[in-house]
Design a protein around this ligand. Structure first.
Ligand code: NAD
Length: 502
């Protein structure tokens, strides 16, 4: 078992290096606090639930070395065999679904239903990875008599993924199932805020046969990330997290010659026009800004109300005020995030926004959760388009309503955002929907859908400061990112009419 019990429910996480669990700071069974460990607390209760090592460059080097040793054997393992191991991993994920969901919920603050959905979305990417063997992995053509050109898809070698706290299982599984099925050895640096789910996923990967360094985990924060970015044997890095770190990761990885794709933060616009269906729109906007307590990059955070949409706003206010925290909505990851959210609300108020639903001070009914980090859904109305509440990512259950007179103003507002992850239009008019979909600049568009996450095999990715790098993550974009094309030109005998190009 990689998770060592400190007390009844406090676990010490270890790194997964060369297929073995290792305590970076000493023997794994030593109970006690190490200097370079960080506490993991549950957002539900504020209680200590684990300890995570904050690895340094030496620990990263150990994991990369283990992955490098496995690399030749793994890239030369037939893809059908690699796929069979991934199939075994899928079975294990489904077998352990409830346990994984509870672990992810308790460390990330999600509801169990949300955490479960996150694992299942990860399973969907695993299923896409299982289909890679039947997709276009190469081809050939006789380009002139006796001369054949072939291309084939090859793994990159040792690759890495760095992930955020808000989807402990799903976001990592956007990356590693596709990467390892393609023959890469994967080193994962999970968020130090949610390392317990990472350990469990690591155990299941080992059980499925991804042994000996095919799959590794290095826990930690900034130091571990920088060591990955600078390591010459890491050939590609995928990152998901906030925009400033995404930009930093993309630039530093690119400077050291790596392939890099870094997904960042968001400020997603939900454009609502007067002909929108009242109930569907109010429920979709509510789910979009309160799901995962607003801590997801696809959360709708600005509702752009075009003209008179008062019946929809009224229904939305009613629904938001009725949400029970701790039951229908989860907690905020930590006290620092909660303070950032309440500061953003107070600052919007000072700038003239009206708090029409106030979630500040809301507490769950369950006494066990009283020391958690809570806030209820909050709606700010009449937010000025150029104010921080309309521009800056809050990453909490806060909806800013910006009132505009025309659809053109709504499209212009969306276009001015520094982010470009998602945007949705709510209307019953197909022409209006197409008009907006063609003009907004976000990478993922919804029509009467509040969280327009593309499902597999479609790839996930935004634009502007929501993504640094070319291509998308998951789906076909994932195949492109985690592999390279080798081109082979063959000639077996001299042909009188083969031309100068061969
Ligand atoms: P974060 O940027 O703080 O952390 C992400 C990862 O980077 C973690 O593994 C962390 O250890 C590491 N990290 C943090 N600071 C670092 C630094 N200075 N140098 C190097 N590494 C560092 O993000 P978070 O708070 O964990 O997650 C929330 C953010 O992620 C939000 O902005 C959200 O929008 C974004 N996000 C984006 C997507 C997407 O698909 N675009 C998906 C999920 C989350």
């Amino acid at each position: 078992m990689p998770l060592v019990e400190l007390t009844k429910s406090v676990y010490r996480c270890r790194n997964l290096v060369g297929g073995e669990w290792r305590a970076p700071h000493g023997p794994h069974d030593v109970v006690g606090v190490h200097e370079n460990e960080r506490d993991v607390t549950s957002p539900y209760t504020g209680q200590l639930i684990g300890r995570v090592p904050m690895s340094n460059a030496m620990h990263v080097a150990q994991a990369v070395e283990g992955a490098k040793r496995a690399s030749d054997g793994w890239r030369n393992t037939p893809i059908k065999e690699r796929t069979q191991r991934m199939f075994a991993y899928r079975e294990l994920l489904l077998k352990c679904l409830d346990e994984l969901a509870h672990t992810a919920a308790s460390e990330a603050g999600k509801t169990v239903a949300e955490a479960r959905a996150g694992v299942l979305k990860g399973v969907e990417v695993v299923e896409f990875a299982l289909s890679i063997q039947n997709l276009d992995l190469g081809g050939n053509l006789e380009v002139s008599r006796g001369v054949t050109c072939e291309y084939r898809r090859e793994p990159l070698g040792v690759v890495a993924g760095i992930t955020p706290f808000n989807f402990p299982a799903m976001v990592p599984m956007w990356m590693f199932p596709i990467a390892v099925v393609l023959g890469n050895c994967f080193v994962w640096k999970p968020s130090e805020k949610v390392p317990l789910t990472a350990c469990r996923l690591g155990e299941l990967m080992l059980e499925a046969g991804f042994t000996n360094g095919i799959f590794s985990i290095v826990h930690g924060g900034k130091d571990a990330v920088e060591a990955i970015l600078d390591h010459p044997d890491v050939k590609a890095v995928a990152f998901v997290g906030s925009s400033p770190v995404a930009k930093f990761v993309y630039e530093r990885a690119s400077r050291s010659g790596k392939r890099a794709l870094a997904l960042g933060g968001a400020k997603n616009h939900l454009i609502v026009v007067p002909d929108a269906e009242i109930e569907l729109t109010a429920q979709s906007v509510l789910d979009s800004f309160t799901g995962c307590a607003g801590q997801r990059c696809m959360a709708g955070s600005v509702m752009v109300a075009v003209g008179d949409v008062e019946p929809i706003v009224a229904r939305l206010r009613e629904k938001a005020a009725a949400i029970e925290v701790g039951a229908q909505m989860g907690a905020i990851i930590d006290q620092a995030s909660l303070s950032r959210i309440t500061d953003a609300i107070a600052s919007a108020e000072k700038r003239g926004a009206k708090v029409v639903v106030d979630g500040r001070g809301k507490q769950p009914r369950d006494a066990e959760y009283k020391s958690g980090t809570w806030i209820g859904p909050t709606i700010l109305d009449n937010v000025k388009p150029d104010s921080p509440a309309a521009q800056v990512e809050i990453f909490g259950p806060v909806l800013s309503i910006v009132r505009v007179p025309t659809l053109g103003d709504a499209i212009a507002l969306e276009g001015q955002s520094t982010y470009g992850n998602a945007a949705s239009i709510f209307t019953t008019n197909g022409g209006v929907a197409e008009y907006v979909a063609n003009r907004v600049h976000a990478g993922m568009i919804g029509v009467n859908v509040g969280v327009p996450v593309p499902r597999e095999p479609f790839s996930f990715g935004g634009t502007h400061e929501s993504k640094f790098g070319h291509g998308d993550i998951t789906g076909h974009g994932g195949i492109e990112f985690w592999s390279s094309l080798k081109k082979i030109t063959r000639k077996w005998s001299t042909q009188s009419d083969s031309n100068w190009m061969s």
